[in-house]
Write a protein of this length. Structure first.
Lengths: 347, 347
């Protein structure tokens, strides 16, 4: 099944409105989900719709709420998402950080009381599009269902705690990092299990803390391992400290809002002007030069080329904007069924 | 050979003054080097003295210079290190960031024209000691002698580009991350070669970009690999973008200052108040709780315990403050010889 981005956006927005969202929120979430599908990050796209509708029905997600600013200074603010779709609060928070950074040079905005904020890369891409560097850390997912082991440990107490960094460029693609601090994202373990496949070595551990490639072990008391050993573990803890502890998100937990995963989460965002110390053109041309320098490196055995983080997403976006977004049949079936149950015509 | 921290500090400061440093700079560098030895990071300690003296003699390091502030706003500044010891400029830069963050909530200070700044962890520990979160990225080491391959590439174009993050705590040890974005530090490859040892798998590659454990391959056109695959590679590029490109350090290159490694380097530092969104006691007790939670995890097979980043350094510091700092005989021989050649009495 192929849908154009416009078709998928309209469908998503209609479905969300039928599920109780107001127009403004429905439009924003459709933008975020279809944007993730467009750049190939399908794990953060319309695949989530059934879960969001379920969260609305369970009172975990308030589909007509809107974020509020809890406190602010010239270079910082804390935003409460109001338990609406996390994509709404996270965009408001990053926009606020960008506005403040335009004046102060740098700003920090934190977000609490947010449901799933989706693809972190979207927010640092937004920063980059305004000629700002953007940094995002998210934590607090593990309060009820920890899934990630600390380095050297045998019991999950942490989570996939992601981080993202985005850098504007000139003629080249903005560099965008956006990754889980676990070796794998949660979806990949579920997929491998359902497809009867093994996982790459070093990504999950069994309940003894011993690395394994068998996804079944994950569900028998095992867990994710941090990427990159003790270094990735350190970054996982940093995302927990910045996302949950520093933002004070625990104080804003209000079950059932946020559900089992998002009830305690928080996000810290930093934005600063790329032209803080030199004209933007100079910053941009040096960034382009660095990107060109690494792409010019001949590939190692087993690789086709050297990429800059964000290249794959940019390429996929170009292709899917032209050729449409492929939706697996089983997912389209579930989405169509959901739409029908809500009285939305499936286009 | 065992020396107390005080003995080693006096020796180091005297040696540096004899080599041309003024008292203020000599004291600061002694503090930095002995501080690194105290916490067990011997690769960033007095081992560097012969190299610094050589750099002074070569006109790469100006031992009586002092940093200047090139530009500043309430929440940002750029500092020129004046090509003196990097430890001097980096401390001034972090102190400035902490002062500004105390008022603005968050601040960003960059440093250019600095020789080796030493252990990054020291600067984020300084931030943590003032109840600030500190972030540091350094780049620009590869302009003349690149040693690190990009992910999927077969030619070195980058470097060990380190990053550090420090978080104040309450009763617990502040969490301090401080690591190279290569899998290994440069010193470890040199050591393995001279001792005829193999390296752990996945840390370096030969000139075809194929991972190898043979340190000889590193010196035959091979290079470091990023830690943690494409994620660590992304962080290596981020440190290059923040440390060199964003700070504009290339513009300040003035050979022979900085020598082949430090001539183009720059450092970006961000500091923000840990109590920006809640009373410090609340932030601190939640941080303590997180540290306790991970330390309470039973160890995996092959591990003795679960640690928080910074624990090992804190423990070593305690031991070495009590029992003194062990200096390998060959190193002590070289240092004694250097001291004698400078007319410094070896205590």
């Amino acid at each position: 099944m192929i849908r154009t981005a416009d078709q998928l956006h309209t469908f998503t927005a209609q479905l969300l409105q039928a599920a109780g969202a107001d127009q403004r929120n429905a439009q924003r979430v459709a933008q975020a989900l279809v944007g993730a599908n467009l750049c190939g990050v399908d794990t953060h796209g319309v695949w989530h719709l059934p879960g969001y509708v379920q969260a609305i029905r369970a009172g975990e997600l308030l589909p007509t709420a809107w974020p509020t600013i809890l406190e602010e200074g010239p270079a910082y603010a804390r935003v409460a998402g109001g338990w609406t779709f996390g994509h709404v609060g996270a965009e408001v928070a990053m926009e606020l950080a960008l506005d403040k950074a335009a004046t102060s040079g740098i700003a920090l905005v934190s977000l609490v009381q947010a449901h799933h904020i989706g693809r972190l890369g979207e927010y640092v891409e937004l920063a980059a599009s305004r000629n700002m560097v953007g940094l995002v850390w998210a934590g607090g997912f593990a309060e009820e269902q920890p899934v990630a082991m600390p380095y050297g440990g045998r019991r999950p107490v942490l989570h996939t705690n992601p981080l993202a960094m985005g850098f504007p460029a000139g003629a080249e693609t903005p560099m965008v990092l956006d990754f889980a601090t676990t070796a794998l994202s949660g979806v990949k373990v579920v997929e491998a299990r359902s497809q009867g496949k093994q996982l790459p070595p070093g990504c999950i551990a069994d309940r003894e803390g011993k690395p394994t490639t068998d996804p079944e072990e994950f569900f028998k008391g095992g867990g994710h391992l941090p990427f990159g050993g003790h270094k990735g573990y350190g970054l996982m803890l940093a995302a927990e400290l910045l996302g949950r502890v520093f933002t004070g998100s625990d104080t804003f937990a209000e079950r059932p809002h946020g559900g089992p995963i998002f009830g305690h989460t928080g996000t810290a965002m930093i934005a600063f002007r790329a032209d803080l110390f030199q004209p933007l053109t100079e910053y941009a041309s040096r960034t382009d030069e660095l990107e060109q320098r690494v792409r010019a490196v001949p590939p190692a055995l087993g690789f086709a080329e050297v990429l800059v983080p964000g290249d794959l997403e940019a390429r996929t976006r170009e292709v899917r904007q032209r050729e449409g977004i492929p939706i697996p049949d089983d997912l389209w079936g579930r989405l169509s069924e959901l739409a029908s149950s809500l009285g939305v015509e499936v286009g």
